[in-house]
Design a protein around this ligand. Structure first.
Ligand code: GDP
Length: 444
């Protein structure tokens, strides 16, 4: 499981919120300590962790309650949204040149998977219908040229080589020339890495960059390097000005630090991730999906989101006021019935959460059918009748008219009228019991 340790570290935090009614300054201290520890253990850099913890705390404390959503679920959602932000928010697409071939220059230390990424990238772009060419510019490691030639054949993409005796910038120039002649859409240029950052590597890269004027300069970073990845991206960015990073070897037992720190520290987005040695194992980097994977709680996240949509706090408060003053009318009734029916789709999600009552499909269908019947009758009422249910209670003629206009029976209309009065009484009683209580759930 990717980032499994981080996931279980965070789970410890959620479990400490369970049983609380609200997130407060006091009860959030312990869970936040767990979150902080989990991130540090995942090798996220300390300043990043500090900012993250502060941002989550600020949002969590004093957060309004969303009815039906537990505080631990709310915290999961806040952490999720902050993780997405941390990783750059939006997905950063590759940029293509408006005219002429798009040139993608790949840089990176030795052994990070740069040569492999070249071929994977060509394979990825080919699938998008772009013609590609690879340029073997890694003259430092002789085997790299053969390796690129073999991988190029494997993904059926031409590879431009000129041996190891030619300067990388000259190889790049020749390769680009060749690509222009062949009307190639994208040229991916491999360059020479070193075991560590050094001057000759940077000088070489600067020269190649000058010759190529690349559209993208992507730094390939091994995900296993943890928080050092952020420093690496920053240095390369200062020296040669990169446009983004590719995180390789995310399939290994990387702890997540690189994925979480790169954007925040360097300002450059991760654009793609490598997740294996096969040519197909290169994917775009989606911060939201990555955050979802880290938390491993897709169901809770969509539940909180849906509840927020359905339960509009102001609506509920206004409704509550009306009930208190016995003004709960058929307009409110309709609004309420509709939101209960809409909760049907939420119930499906609730069912997925352990420990919460399962709502059967039959119950959902019933709620939806009831809504249709109720809507038809209320729509057949005059605006005055909707606001004053008494009018219908007092007049059999009015009830008969509503029944005829809605295609329902007089008995159904009488039941509906009786129901609103019962509800008024029941709600008033309930509200009396619950101090500042929230809306009671309606059943029919
Ligand atoms: P370079 O020196 O940066 O060009 O690195 P290479 O492309 O030669 O890759 C070094 C090693 O890492 C090779 O054995 C690759 O098969 C392996 N490798 C590259 N990318 C990935 C990846 O995403 N996942 C895994 N598991 N291995 C990878």
């Amino acid at each position: 499981e990717m980032f499994g340790q981080l996931t279980s570290g965070l789970e410890a935090a959620w479990s400490k919120v369970k049983g609380e009614e609200l997130l407060t300054k006091e009860n959030i201290v312990e869970p936040m300590r767990d979150i902080r520890r989990a991130l540090l253990e995942a090798d996220v850099s300390l300043p990043v962790v500090r900012r993250f913890v502060q941002a989550v705390t600020d949002q969590a404390v004093g957060l309004g309650v969303i009815r039906g959503v537990r505080p631990d679920q709310q915290l999961v959602k806040i952490v999720h949204d902050e993780l997405v932000k941390l990783m750059g928010g939006e997905f950063s697409e590759l940029v293509f040149a408006k005219s002429g071939p798009t040139v993608i220059l790949l840089a990176g230390l030795q052994g990070v998977g740069k040569t492999t990424v070249c071929a994977k990238l060509a394979n990825y772009l080919k699938k998008q219908g772009k013609s590609c060419m690879l340029v073997a510019g890694d003259v430092y490691r002789p085997a790299a040229i053969d390796q690129l030639a073999i991988l190029g054949k494997q993904v059926d993409v031409p590879v431009y080589t000129a041996g190891t005796d030619v300067k990388p910038s000259e190889i790049a120039r020749q390769g680009l020339e060749e690509a222009k002649k062949k009307n190639i859409d994208v040229v991916v240029v491999d360059t020479a890495g070193r075991l560590q950052i050094n001057k000759s590597m940077m000088d070489e890269l600067k020269e190649v960059k000058q010759v190529l004027n690349p559209t993208e300069i992507l730094l390939v970073v091994d995900a296993m390097t943890g928080q050092e990845a952020a420093a690496l991206v920053t240095t390369f960015n200062l020296e040669i000005g990169i446009t983004g990073a590719i995180l390789s070897k995310l399939d290994g037992d990387s702890r997540g630090g690189a994925a979480l720190s790169v954007k925040e520290v360097s300002g450059k987005p991760i654009k793609l991730v490598g997740r294996g040695e096969r040519m197909e194992d290169l994917e775009p980097f989606y911060p939201d999906r990555m955050a979802g994977r880290i938390l491993g709680m897709g169901d809770v996240l969509s539940f909180v989101e849906k509840s927020k949509e359905v339960m509009q706090q102001e609506d509920a408060e206004e409704l509550q006021k009306k009930i208190m003053s016995a003004k709960f009318d058929f307009n409110d009734f309709l609004k309420q019935t509709r939101s209960v029916a809409r909760m049907g789709s939420v119930s499906r999600v609730i069912g997925m959460i352990p420990g919460m009552a399962k709502v059967t499909p039959a119950q959902i269908r019933d709620a939806e059918k009831n809504l249709q019947i109720t809507e038809a009758m209320i729509e057949a009422m005059t605006p005055e009748e909707r606001e004053k249910p008494e009018l219908l209670a007092e007049s059999p003629e009015r009830r008969k008219r509503v029944a005829q206009d809605s295609g329902k029976t007089e008995q159904q209309v009488s039941q509906l009228v009786a129901q609103i009065f019962q509800m008024r009484v029941r709600m008033k009683n309930l509200l009396g019991v619950m101090e500042g209580g929230s809306m009671p759930a309606l059943s029919n």
